[in-house]
Design a protein around this ligand. Structure first.
Ligand code: NAP
Length: 303
């Protein structure tokens, strides 16, 4: 039986990770790159805790080169600020029944795609795996997590079971998430508490465990709780601050994705993390001064 091809938009860390695992599970893959171009006969994935670089196959192309109505399964693996424009750039190549799987961190990019491309099946993934590139086309699966998958629109609901059945062939943990909005918010809340501060103080997650920094983490969590409560979202029984502290403890040696972006001289996803909270708080009339301070400082320093 012919396998349906997966097209991965963005040949970065996560794009190569998902493209690599999909191909290793026997599925044909196309990787759409932009500036940093991997070599097609030299794509490798180092599995979690593995030593060997395992080769995988993918067709490499650009959005412009994709033929009209040639993509029925698209994975959007760009950073959040690039995601909507990237999908617009490939819209000509989508088949009318295409499924679009969005992998972005934070919130806002997924919703913008769901709004602009509501005629397609839109499905989001909330990912706790970690990956990094050693060079274009070479990816290391650095942290084992799980990807929770759930529909963002009506067509997504119809397509999610078939999409998940294919994803579950990968050697990457995936599971169905009946309330992906809540799952994305849960992850967002932790990112709000940790990412901006680690970027500003250029510190590891565990280095937030000093009183002055924890006091800021606490304020960020309290503001997020107010917004989540107003949106009628569930909150952890023990409170967000407690949860954030246990994540900080459990990931003490990790460099947050925002710290990594700033250390590579890249712009950050702050707009889709603390910035998203600020937008929601503004609409709800809730004051969130600590989030504003973190947001303003990250923008001033890194953008
Ligand atoms: P990344 O390594 O920077 O990869 C993003 C890729 O998208 C880059 O290769 C970039 O190309 C490409 N891109 C941007 N616009 C494009 C366009 N219009 N057409 C084609 N390619 C385009 O970022 P990442 O780490 O994979 O992260 C992707 C998303 O997943 C982020 O939202 C991130 O927060 C989330 N995430 C990442 C991880 C992780 O461990 N890496 C884990 C969980 C979630 P250029 O390099 O040419 O600019």
């Amino acid at each position: 039986m012919n396998q349906t091809r997966w097209t991965v938009l963005g040949a970065g860390s996560l794009g190569c990770l998902w493209g690599g695992y999909l191909n290793m599970a026997g599925m044909p893959v196309t990787l759409i790159h932009r500036h940093s171009v991997p070599a097609p006969d030299n794509l490798t994935l180092t599995p979690f805790q593995g030593n060997a670089e395992i080769p995988f196959q993918a067709e490499l192309t650009t959005a412009k080169e994709c033929p009209t109505e040639s993509i029925s399964q698209l994975i959007v693996a760009t950073k959040a600020p690039d995601a909507l424009d990237a999908v617009r750039g490939i819209a000509h190549a989508l088949t009318p029944d295409a499924a679009i799987l969005v992998l972005q961190n934070g919130m806002g990019a997924q919703q913008a795609i769901a709004e602009a491309f509501n005629d397609y099946a839109i499905i989001a993934a909330c990912i706790t795996d970690g990956a990094y590139r050693t060079s274009p086309g070479h990816v290391v699966h650095a942290g084992k997590g799980v990807s929770r998958i759930g529909a963002l629109n009506e067509k997504g609901l119809q397509a999610e079971a078939a999409v998940l059945a294919q994803l579950q062939k990968m050697d990457l943990a995936t599971e169905h998430c009946p309330d992906i909005y809540q799952a994305l918010w849960n992850k967002l809340a932790i990112n709000i508490a940790i990412n901006g501060l680690t970027a500003l103080d250029q510190c590891l997650n565990g280095e937030l465990r000093v009183p002055a920094r924890l006091a800021r983490v606490k304020k960020l969590c309290q503001e997020t709780e107010q917004v989540m409560r107003a949106l009628q979202l569930s909150l952890p029984e023990e409170g967000l601050f407690y949860l954030a502290q246990s994540v900080i403890e459990g990931t003490a040696h990790n460099r947050s994705s925002m710290l990594q972006d700033t250390q590579k001289g890249k712009s950050t996803e702050i707009e889709y993390i603390n910035g998203y909270l600020l937008d929601q708080a503004h609409t709800l009339g809730i004051d969130t001064p600590e989030n504003q301070a973190v947001y303003d400082a990250v923008i001033a320093r890194f953008h």
